[in-house]
Ligand binder design. Structure first.
Ligand SMILES: *[C@@H]1O[C@H](CO)[C@@H](O)[C@H](O)[C@H]1NC(C)=O
Ligand SMILES: *[C@@H]1O[C@H](CO)[C@@H](O)[C@H](O)[C@H]1NC(C)=O
Ligand SMILES: *[C@@H]1O[C@H](CO)[C@@H](O)[C@H](O)[C@H]1NC(C)=O
Length: 450
């Protein structure tokens, strides 16, 4: 029966070039067909420019969607491209025919029927697939219900907030509105509420996973009136694992690498500068690489930028730490030498024989220390403190003249001197990891849970 009807309708289209006036002689040969009254009733006097229930209430149009795929979710263009099956159903009392079956009509006959003027307000580009024929379907039920399905691919705008990138969650919408018919003419509804949308659960996306979705009914208000609107909201959560492997782990390792410098003797200048500069440069490269996939023109600071900034600060801090430690060591040595000069001068003028012997041994020892790079740090520090203690013991015996010289030179250098420069390294060994740990805890707490 449906096949016959199909043939009839197709013939009708072919012979009358879309006008479908049924006044020609072609119908006479079908006059014995029992279906003829149905066809006549279907198409005779049908005005496709008038909506169903023209003088009555609004047409109720039920919608449901199948999301076949969501391809490109683009942060640069702030949009996504989706292929959807859109199904609309409404009741057209002019199309009622006897029986309880349905007829699937050729998609080209759509042009003979009234169809809703649904559009996607946020779409930038969209097209109806037409291989091998236009992908649309019309099914007319005997009670007048029309089912109209389409396969559309659309690029739809989605405003993204990237401040938490890559720990972000984007909420995108798919909106359906009526172009010309306002709420007095057409009413939209989801056929099965939240279940009207299928396919989102099983979707596999490259960078995201669909966290949740729901549907809502609202209305669009324009200057020309109020229009029916259906909205599908869906939340996408980015899979952060890729970024952890790609960016976070390497930058953490770089920071740890920069700490290695604290365990290397201060006297090995090339080794420590090399570590410092190399880590700074690698970090810079890493920061550049992390930026390429995102819009650079945007002035917002993303979570990944914050983290790379933190790592860069720590690495830079390690380099600066060495600069400071080295500077103070050199300064300390100079001050020690100054002390000795002063002491020697003082003692020579006093004519005391015991001090010069002590003085001669000490500088030799210090010089030897600073020239051997392989000397363990601990030993160096020990010697240093021992020297101080020894010097102090001796000096306390020298009387008021010597102590005044000593205090004067101490005071002069006090503002810029650290008591023991090797302590800078020793404290850094705990301070840097602890600080990094604290900053990390704060960072991850803020971006994952706030
Ligand atoms: C509707 O179709 C069913 C079979 O699908 C048939 O049994 C039933 O008699 C039909 N009803 C009418 C009113 O034609
Ligand atoms: C029309 O018939 C179809 C198929 O039998 C059914 O799903 C639909 O609910 C019916 N519509 C009305 C308004 O009765
Ligand atoms: C659809 O889901 C949303 C969010 O979960 C909920 O608020 C709403 O009540 C649901 N609607 C229906 C019709 O179930």
């Amino acid at each position: 029966m449906s096949a016959l009807l199909h043939t009839l309708l197709t013939l009708c289209l072919t012979f009358t070039q879309g006008g479908c006036t049924y006044s020609g002689n072609h119908w006479d040969e079908w006059s014995d067909s029992q279906l003829q009254p149905t066809i006549q009733k279907l198409m005779k006097g049908y005005n496709r420019y008038l909506r169903p229930n023209f003088n009555e209430g609004p047409v109720e149009i039920g919608m449901s969607l199948d999301i076949a795929s969501i391809d490109a979710i683009s942060e640069i263009n702030m949009d996504y491209t989706a292929t959807i099956f859109l199904r609309q159903r409404w009741r057209d009392s002019r199309l009622v025919f006897p029986g309880n079956e349905s007829v699937s009509v050729d998609g080209r006959l759509v042009s003979l029927l009234w169809i809703p003027d649904t559009f996607i307000p946020d779409s930038k580009r969209s097209f109806l697939h037409d291989v091998t024929v236009e992908n649309r379907l019309i099914r007319i039920f005997s009670n007048g219900t029309v089912l109209y399905a389409l396969r559309i691919t659309a690029t739809i705008a989605c405003n993204m907030d990237l401040t938490k990138y890559p720990m972000d969650r984007q909420v995108c919408t798919l909106q359906l509105e009526s172009w010309g018919y306002n709420l007095q003419d057409v009413v939209f509804y989801w056929t099965r509420g939240n279940d009207s949308v299928k396919g989102l659960d099983i979707l596999r996306l490259a960078q995201y996973s669909v966290e949740s979705y729901y549907t809502s009914v609202s209305e669009a208000v324009y200057e020309t009136g109020q229009y029916p609107k259906l909205v599908l909201h869906f939340a996408l959560r980015r899979n952060v694992l890729f970024f952890i492997l790609e960016t976070y782990v390497p930058s953490i390792l770089l920071v740890v690498l920069s700490w290695v410098s604290f365990w290397i003797s201060q006297s090995s200048v090339p080794a420590r500068t090399c570590i410092g500069v190399t880590t700074v440069l690698t970090m810079t490269t890493l920061m550049m690489g992390a930026r390429t996939s995102l819009p650079n023109a945007n002035c917002f600071i993303k979570a990944i930028d914050v983290y790379l900034g933190i790592c860069f600060t720590f690495i830079f801090g390690a380099l600066v730490e060495y600069a400071c430690a080295h500077f103070y060591t050199m300064q300390n040595q100079t001050i020690e030498e100054l002390h000795r000069e002063l002491l020697r001068d003082f003692n020579e003028s006093n004519g005391n024989g015991s001090i010069p012997i002590f003085r001669y041994t000490q500088p030799k020892h210090t010089v030897q220390m600073s020239s051997t790079a392989e000397e363990p740090l601990e030993q160096a520090a020990d010697c240093d403190t021992r020297n101080h203690a020894g010097a102090r013991e001796k000096l306390s015996d020298q009387g008021c003249g010597l102590s005044s010289v000593r205090s004067a030179s101490r005071r002069a250098a006090a503002a810029f001197t650290v008591e023991n420069p090797h302590n800078i390294d020793r404290h850094s060994r705990t301070a840097f990891p602890m600080a990094f740990l604290c900053v990390n805890i704060l960072y991850w707490l803020y971006y994952l849970f706030l």
